[in-house]
Design a protein around this ligand. Structure first.
Ligand code: ATR
Length: 287
């Protein structure tokens, strides 16, 4: 192996200290015997432009973008497809001979997690809780799968309306929106097939909270949570108790990483290994 050929990947964000990405990508590179290395860089808002110049100067090959840069990084890229432009956020970049190409693997990761869980969206009613960055990416990817309907429920009604309108206009798939409240939840959950929690309700340290009352959960629905800390949120625990099929946030986290890995390396990602490492790391951290 010639070391000077090592391809460098990184994540840039702020804060960045708790990221699991270097751990899972480096293990995955090692597992496949790839001459790649992954590091984390703390880059504050003011330095984003300079960091992107640095990526070009050092010819860094693959980049993950996280909070707070996912939206603003778009203006520094050379190629962004329509889907990513509509979502308005990028979490993965590949540097192809100096051309920076932006992707969003959050939505893709969520879809892959659903497929892995044996869930097909075609003809299903999907209820999305939340209208923030993660919800945006997921709703656009869900819309491509031709569900029968999409209902977005968000604490701030205006954000849900805006997302529903944008998705409907851009994809031709009708999405509707309401304010997230007990009454709207009760009504919309009656005939829901799949509910995806994209709010931060239930995330550590607020592990006693849930966005969806247990009384609305039943066995013939699929419940997905994008929160992966804790590994099992109160929502997922109660969904399991109600007999529902559940998909944890770890699945989406792992699959968004796997999707980035595949964009950078052209190799199929060792998804099971990446999942195992993620769970071990989270369990270690939670102790
Ligand atoms: P992310 O990028 O992870 O999606 P975000 O863009 O900050 O993060 O979005 C967080 C989501 O969680 C939003 O939909 C937010 O609702 P608002 O748009 O009303 O802020 C939702 N959220 C956060 N705390 C909440 C709470 N206590 N109850 C209900 N929704 C909440």
């Amino acid at each position: 192996m010639t070391l000077y050929k090592t391809k460098v990947c990184c994540v840039i964000g702020d804060p960045i200290e708790h990221t699991l990405s270097p751990l899972i990508h480096n293990k995955a590179f090692e597992n496949l015997g790839l001459d790649f290395v992954y590091v984390a860089f703390r880059v504050n808002r003011e330095m984003l432009g300079k960091a992107i110049d640095g990526i070009r100067a050092f010819n860094i090959h693959g980049i993950n973008i996280t909070i707070p840069h996912k939206v603003r990084v778009l203006e520094y890229l050379d190629v962004v497809n329509d889907l990513v432009r509509n979502i308005g956020a990028v979490n993965t970049i590949v540097n192809e001979e100096g051309r920076l190409i932006g992707y969003n693997t959050d939505g893709d990761g969520a879809l892959r997690a659903l497929v892995k869980g044996g869930v097909s969206l075609s003809g299903k009613k999907v209820v999305v809780l939340g209208a923030g960055g993660a919800a945006r990416a997921i709703v656009y990817f869900v819309a491509k799968e031709k569900p029968s309907s999409i209902m977005i429920l968000n604490r701030t009604r205006e954000k849900a309306d805006e997302l529903a309108e944008n998705v409907s206009t851009k994809t031709g798939m009708l999405a509707r929106a309401k304010k997230l409240a007990n009454q709207s939840l009760k009504y919309e959950m009656q005939d829901a097939d799949l509910v995806i929690n994209c709010t931060s309700v239930g995330m550590a340290p607020n592990i006693g909270e849930t966005p969806l009352p247990k009384s609305l959960l039943r066995k013939d629905i699929v419940v997905m949570d994008i929160i992966y800390n804790p590994l099992e949120t109160r929502l997922l625990k109660e969904a399991k108790e109600a007999g529902a099929i559940t998909i944890s946030g770890v699945e989406m986290f792992v699959h968004q990483a796997a999707s980035a890995f595949e964009i950078w390396t052209g190799n199929k990602a060792p998804v099971d290994l990446m999942k195992q490492i993620t769970i071990e790391a989270l369990e270690g951290e939670l102790k």
